[in-house]
Ligand binder design. Structure first.
Ligand code: F0G
Length: 392
């Protein structure tokens, strides 16, 4: 039998800056014309029905028709996604729901994109995958490449990765390289080794890879699948800014296909000490205002130069949303609040979404009756040291 098609027919890559459009290619990560990031352009003529989809397990692969992957490609999966959407009963009588991504196989939303990205890597026949990470991407890449029989190389900022995440990467047999500096330097290193050198033996799965984000857009599909409409507001902790861009893309595509009648406002939340997008947003700057030495208790989003900054700015602008900064104190209060009052254990970065919701209510950006979905990106056990140091 001939090799199955990796991508659906008519799937394209489109530059987010100059609009240059090219054929789908798993190895092109930047625009050949202007060097900006690419996004996947889905065909306009897909056939999708909720009834057909709902016969499949709730999760990433339920929405196959809405993903660019070829029909006969076997996914590398551990039933990621299908995470609970929990009403926050105690939050100021608000109309808030929390999408608890901590229940994914490795404990974070990264599994959605990794299932998708490692499926591509396996089909390409590469030796392995490579990622830079603040921790969760590494844990997820390590587990999914183990499942696919691929090597995994992770580049981490030395001494700055929460223990649970490092332990997962080691457990699943990843080759760990630690570098001096922060995540941003680790990402530059991976880009040079995997993309600029052009060897094509290791598939890079950071979020400048537009294909990985296609798995993450399923967060939007699941929310609509469960509540039947787009929420008024979606609140997302932002680091490298891939996730907020992916979720917005998911909503926009459902709108294009007539699956929803309106779109939510996207609110991106960053920690005060690592808030390049908040600064860029407030200054209305057309260039990223980077943060040289990002610092926050929320190590997952300790990022000063988010690679997807332009995608995220567009998501927030197009959706009439906003970027909000919250302090470490507010993040830890929200984390403790969820644990004590709702029984939900999340890591600090994830609690930024509740801290951001509180701030948005206070500042009148969101009203109490608006249906708000807070993305809780990762599980509490990812970062046991913060819990023991701050709450015992
Ligand atoms: N929340 C958690 C728990 C994360 O691990 C991350 C990103 C984010 C939020 C932000 O998502 O980068 O798409 O804006 N973690 C990456 C990593 C950077 O390496 O695990 P983003």
């Amino acid at each position: 039998m001939s090799n199955p098609r990796l991508f659906k027919e008519e799937v394209k890559l489109r530059c987010i800056h100059c609009g240059y459009t090219m054929d789908a290619d798993p190895w092109t990560f930047t625009c050949p014309r202007c060097g900006s990031l690419l996004e996947v352009e889905m065909p306009t003529n897909i056939k999708f029905s909720w009834d057909v989809a709902r016969k499949r397990r709730f999760g990433v692969w339920r929405y196959r028709e809405l993903l660019p992957i070829g029909d006969n490609i076997e996914p590398v999966t551990m039933h990621e996604g299908g995470t609970p959407l929990l009403r926050l009963r105690s939050v100021e009588n608000g109309n808030a729901y929390l999408k608890f991504e901590g229940t994914n196989p490795t404990g974070s939303f990264k599994d959605r994109g990794m299932s998708f990205g490692v499926t591509i890597a396996k089909h390409l026949g590469v030796r392995g995958v490579i990622v830079a990470s603040t921790g969760n991407t590494a844990a997820s890449a390590a587990a999914y490449s183990a499942r696919a029989g691929l090597e995994c190389i992770v580049v981490l900022p030395k001494g700055k990765v929460a223990k649970g995440k490092l332990a997962q990467a080691l457990l699943h047999g990843a080759h760990v390289t630690e570098i001096e500096g922060v995540f941003d330097q680790a990402l530059e290193r991976v880009f040079v080794e995997a993309v600029l050198r052009g060897h094509k033996d290791l598939y890079p799965l950071n979020s400048y890879n537009p294909w990985r984000l296609e798995g993450q857009k399923t967060l939007a599909f699941e929310i609509v699948d469960e509540i039947g409409v787009s929420p008024d507001v979606v609140i997302v902790p932002v680091g490298n800014a891939g996730n907020i861009s992916a979720i917005w893309k998911g909503f926009k595509e459902m709108y294009t296909y007539g699956l929803v009648k309106r779109l939510p406002r996207m609110i991106g939340v960053q920690a005060e000490g690592a808030a390049p997008l908040v600064k860029t947003w407030q200054a209305k700057s057309s260039e990223l205002i980077a943060v040289e030495n990002p610092s926050t208790v929320a190590s997952a989003i300790r990022i000063g130069k988010p690679v997807n900054w332009l995608k995220a700015m567009k998501a927030v602008e197009d959706s009439k949303g906003v970027f909000i900064a919250v302090s470490d104190k507010e993040i830890l209060e929200a984390m403790r609040y969820l644990a004590i009052n709702e029984g939900i254990g999340v890591e600090p970065a994830s609690a930024a979404s509740l801290a951001g919701y509180w701030k948005a209510l206070e500042e009148g950006i969101v009203s109490r009756d608006e249906l708000s979905v807070l993305i809780a990106t990762g599980h509490a056990l990812k970062d046991p040291d913060t819990i023991i140091n701050r709450f015992s």
